[in-house]
Write a protein that binds this ligand. Sequence first.
Ligand SMILES: Cc1ncc(COP(=O)(O)O)c(C=O)c1O
Length: 351
Amino acid sequence: MEEFLRPAVKEIKDYVPGKNPTSPGVVKLASNENPFGPSPKALEAIEKEAKNLHIYPDQKSLLLREALAKKLAVETDNLIIGNGSDEIMQIAAATYLKPGEEVIVSAHTFSVYEFVTRLFDGQPVFAPLNNFEQDLDAMARAITPRTKIIFLCNPHNPTGTYCSNQELIAFLDKVPDNILVVIDEAYAEFAEAADFPKSADLIKSSKNLLVLRTFSKYYGLAGLRVGYGTGNKDLIHYMFRTKLPFNVNRLAQMGALAALDDNAFLDKTYKNNLEGKKYFYAEFDKLGLEHKKTEANFIFVNIKRSADEAFLALMKAGVIIRPLTSFGLPEAIRVSIGAPEQNRKFIANYT
Ligand SMILES: Cc1ncc(COP(=O)(O)O)c(C=O)c1O
């Protein structure tokens, strides 16, 4: 069978997802999902929309794009919706990456950037982290005449660190216009830092910037699969050519639209995350565990011993976390910030 494969496919590693609970009562803090379930307003909208499932969805997700445009103070044509923000990464690579071109990503980062690069016969170039932080200087140094795309993850998965507005602008100044910079902001809604970038503003003055966000985390809709990309109109225009026609289903479009202004749910999610991180910082300090300050809904803990062993021990106690072995960090774990009782269960069982 191998001889039938495109050579690039041989290089692609299987995605390693967080483990799902197999029995009730098991706490999952492995995939940075919303601990309060889906947005209730989204659920209501999905139930209403179900009666229309015999009709194809809007190919361009117009209602959702219009609502997002209003919220972000951009134009509808600055937006594209994907079947999760993962799909927009794939659409960007399908539209812009030529075989053999280089794509710069951080080492030890979210694996889909490498996946879409290899899928379209690109060459991933890994910039090292600096003290577990994404290192923009190292990424800028990795630019060559063959570089086509740079994926920045902000806040950074799996370490929760961030780059500020000022750092980002200084970095973008060093990147030539013929390189597409994709900023993946899957966790941006959780950011607390006052100097976190206002990237929807940055796209207005840039031809080569694509900012990705998702409904999977903050809005509690990971299972629905909706994400969006914001960028210059021309950049986005060509991406509509390479996406599958009906990539975002009817329930996803209407659910995401309703979730956008589910303020009670969103406020609860944000506050819980702030309190949860304070709780974890204090408990990790008591346990003498090195951890990074986070701007996301998860915390990186450098446990300095086998992450797989810690994972198995916690599994036995009914808590699922993410060992970072598949990220190339076999002595570190990533713990999602859950509801208070979930966080306490993790701490009570960490030995
Ligand atoms: C950094 C990052 N980007 C994107 C995604 C995927 O988001 P979506 O569910 O919208 O495809 C994840 C999911 O874990 C993530 O951690």
